[in-house]
Design a protein around this ligand. Structure first.
Ligand SMILES: O=c1ccn([C@@H]2O[C@H](COP(=O)(O)OP(=O)(O)O[C@H]3O[C@H](CO)[C@@H](O)[C@H](O)[C@H]3O)[C@@H](O)[C@H]2O)c(=O)[nH]1
Ligand SMILES: [Mn+2]
Length: 736
């Protein structure tokens, strides 16, 4: 029985972090003010300084300081949460859950991975009688391969689920289970003869399932259709039903391919999720929804119960929109050279949790259906026209909006009116002239539907919570090559910048409706791409001025030299402290620094350009799914912690050009400093390229020392050389 006196969850403020963060904030803030003072007074009193480089440096310092200021919101009050699932009410009293899984392209998202995600969701540790657990797959590729594969997955899942339940298996993703033999969880059973036999049997079934998938993939077209009617199918084979009457209850599994027409914009993942919201509304209509990307399998079957510890907490629940778990990845290498685990980001989520809730992060969250519908309190007296404007013209669907908590499972297969209605809800024009994507459901405005939907919910007064259990509840597949990482980051940053440049800018749209800290938290993400200006300036201007003997920073003998040194040390040491306190090594600090600069020089720049161009109607932004097919060569390099520089030249050329420019400036500059005896004035300007040169030593290796496939291609090296020589030449010839 539920014990009402004991809370279902608990949180505590991370006091040491809070104190360190605020101390850093205070000291670093004062140092920044001193820097501004130095810059302004030098500008006013010193007639000899060359204006252009000086002002460039100052402006970009201001931009970086602005982003730093915004980023302090997520440092303000970091908290961590704990749940007590043993205190949840008994199974019969748990609310039902719909799981939404999205896939878009069987060529980029191999079926085996997608099916494993589906199977792991079907096997969640949650009551599956009375349709407490329902899984919906959205297939945006509308591909026959996926439909056939789902049917096979369902057949295998029946055996798999009973195996998992019988032996209390923790890792319910079959591929992962058979890959990393689990010892701890089945210790009770591992010596039993029965277990050994059952395990052999299920492993054989899994191999058969895999063989079957291979055949399906080989024999079916994987073309992604952009022009097809909606297809919705409840997966179950009635033939087996009688035979299986003694077997366990299975969750419901529904395959949904929404209608696609070239003439209709499909709004990417947000569009797909909204179709699932509507379709599931007429079938299971669960009050809570778990959203998963097709490559994010359930690694801990208790995630639903963990989430319910918040959703069923009577104090939190009325305002709680979603419970966010971190995105963790199964395939991060030891060295994590591309910062694929997003350590830095999830730290921020703890901080945002302390000021109203984490940002929605696309996958691994349990969200309240009502929050997505924009109805905090159901008002019975709203008129139908108004409701149709909000939810579209399906009266059946509108009815479902008012019966969320009374799931009314309907037998889809025998009910042709229901089938028709669902087809209508999955049609590509249903959204048109309604509030879908604007005030209802996942929001369409940007390709980062997660960030923007969460932002809107927070703005409407909802809160969210972040829980990071020690055993990751979900594990995904991270990209493993530099190129993929940079492309993926650019995609996100374009989306964020789209918001930043629009009327939805958190600074405007959020004001009056959200707390200042929360606005800052959202604004940091929307504007962080602007840091590209700082990195470009820092990687070019001081170096060129060094060659010309122009000092941009205070001499070592000046008291302001201390200010600059302090700023550098304070930011680096703060980063080191965060890295160490989250259990990582100094190597992680270097990797994160390097990757942040790489992103700034490429993703941040391109995101700003693309979002600006879109703003002026010069381009159209689209959401291309990240490639999840593993290249063996790339995987090898990645595991060894060696950079794969075979990224698109568009990314590599800026990086290599800046590197060459810095190496050249450092050595020529050093000679010049020694000749002119200008060590005092030029110290900072020699230090900057030196730091870059050392930090980016892997680029030097890639261009000069390496001969393997992942080195920088000679073409990129030559183009970069030419570009840096031109810049150096121009800098030496022109006067400022
Ligand atoms: O038109 C589309 C495009 C994508 N997807 C699905 O969306 C998911 C995420 O796509 P992916 O290519 O893996 O994007 P990532 O860049 O890895 O995704 C991150 O960023 C997205 C945008 O912010 C979030 O939606 C994701 O949850 C988050 O993991 C995948 O399951 C896709 O199949 C669709 O269903 N329809
Ligand atoms: Mn992904």
């Amino acid at each position: 029985m539920e014990d009402n006196s004991l809370p279902l969850n608990d949180f505590h403020v991370k006091k040491t972090n809070l104190l360190l963060n605020r101390l850093h904030m205070f000291l670093h803030g004062i140092a920044l003010l001193s820097l501004f003072y130095y810059r302004i007074t030098t500008l006013i009193h010193n007639d000899n300084i060359p204006l252009l480089p000086y002002i460039l440096v100052f402006i970009t310092e201001l931009i970086l300081s602005f982003i730093w200021l915004l980023s302090q919101a997520s440092n303000w009050k970091p908290i961590t949460r704990k749940v007590y699932i043993e205190r949840l009410p008994e199974n019969e009293k748990l609310p039902s859950i719909d799981v939404f899984i999205c896939t878009a392209d069987p060529n980029k998202e191999p079926s085996l991975g997608v099916m494993n995600t589906i199977i792991s969701a079907l096997a969640l540790d949650y009551p599956s009688d009375n349709n407490k657990l329902n899984v919906y797959l959205s297939d945006d590729g509308g591909s026959f391969v996926t439909l056939l594969a789902v049917k096979e997955a369902w057949k295998f899942a029946k055996f798999w689920i009973s195996f998992c339940r019988k032996y209390e298996v923790m890792n319910r993703c079959p591929e992962a289970y058979f890959l990393n033999e689990e010892i701890g969880d089945v210790r009770k059973f591992d010596r039993s003869h029965e277990f050994v036999l059952d395990k052999k049997e299920i492993e054989k079934k899994y191999d058969e399932f895999k063989d079957c998938l291979v055949k399906i993939v080989a024999g079916t077209s994987t073309i992604v259709s952009k022009d097809h009617p909606p297809l919705i199918e409840v997966i179950s084979d009635s033939k087996d039903q009688a035979m299986d009457s003694d077997k366990e209850e299975m969750p419901l599994l529904v395959y949904v391919a929404r209608e696609k027409r070239p003439s209709h914009h499909h709004n990417f993942k947000a569009g797909a999720l909204n179709v699932l919201l509507r379709v599931s509304g007429l079938i299971s209509n669960s009050p809570y929804i778990l959203v998963l990307d097709c490559d994010m399998y359930c690694n801990d079957p208790t995630s639903a119960r963990q989430a319910m510890c918040f959703h069923l907490d009577s104090k939190l629940s009325p305002k709680l929109a979603f419970v966010q778990f971190p995105q963790t990845f199964a395939n991060i290498s030891e060295t994590d050279i591309y910062d694929g685990q997003w350590r830095y980001l999830w730290q921020k989520w703890h901080g945002l949790d302390g000021i109203g809730g984490p940002i929605l992060s696309g996958t691994g969250f349990y969200i309240k259906r009502k929050a997505l519908y924009g109805i905090q309190n159901v008002q019975e007296d709203v008129d139908l026209i108004q409701l149709q404007k909000s939810f579209g013209s399906s009266n059946e669907f509108i009815k479902s909006v008012y019966t969320i908590n009374k799931p009314n499972i309907r037998n889809f297969s025998d009910d042709s009116t229901l089938q028709k209605e669902i087809q209508f809800l999955a049609s590509c024009s249903y959204d048109k002239d309604t509030n879908w994507g604007e005030k209802v459901g996942f929001r369409y405005f940007t390709i980062v539907e997660d960030y923007f939907t969460g932002f809107n919910l927070h703005r409407e007064g909802w809160i969210s919570v972040y829980i990071e259990p020690s055993r990751p509840c979900f594990l995904g597949a991270s990209p493993i090559s530099l190129g993929e990482f940079l492309i993926q980051n650019t995609k996100w940053l374009v989306g964020l910048m789209q918001v930043g440049l629009s009327r939805f800018s958190p600074l405007l749209y959020g004001s009056l409706r959200m707390s200042t800290l929360q606005i800052m938290g959202y604004a940091e993400f929307a504007y962080v791409p602007l840091c590209f200006s700082y990195i470009y300036c820092l990687a070019i201007v001081p170096q060129l001025c060094l060659l010309r003997g122009i000092a941009l920073y205070p001499p070592v003998s000046s008291p302001f030299f201390l200010v600059f040194s302090f700023l550098f040390l304070s930011s680096q040491l703060k980063h080191v402290q965060e890295v160490l306190s989250t259990g990582h090594s100094i190597q992680t600090w270097a990797n994160e620094q390097r990757f942040w600069m790489m992103k700034s020089a490429t993703c941040f720049l391109f995101a700003t350009l693309e979002a600006t161009m879109e703003k002026f109607g010069l381009t159209k932004v689209s959401f291309l799914p990240t490639n999840k097919v593993v290249d063996v060569e790339q995987a090898k390099l990645y595991q060894m912690g060696i950079y794969d520089f075979q990224a698109p030249p568009l990314f590599m050329v800026p990086l290599c050009s800046l590197y060459i420019l810095n190496v050249a400036s450092f050595f020529i500059g050093l000679v010049k400093i020694l000749q002119d005896q200008k060590g005092n004035e030029m110290f900072v300007q020699a230090f900057i390229p030196f730091f870059g040169m050392v930090l980016f030593f892997p680029l030097f290796e890639g261009m000069v020392l390496r001969t393997d496939k992942g080195r920088v291609s000679p073409f990129v090296s030559i183009v970069s050389c030419v570009i840096s020589i031109i810049i150096l030449f121009l800098a030496l010839v022109f006067s400022y």
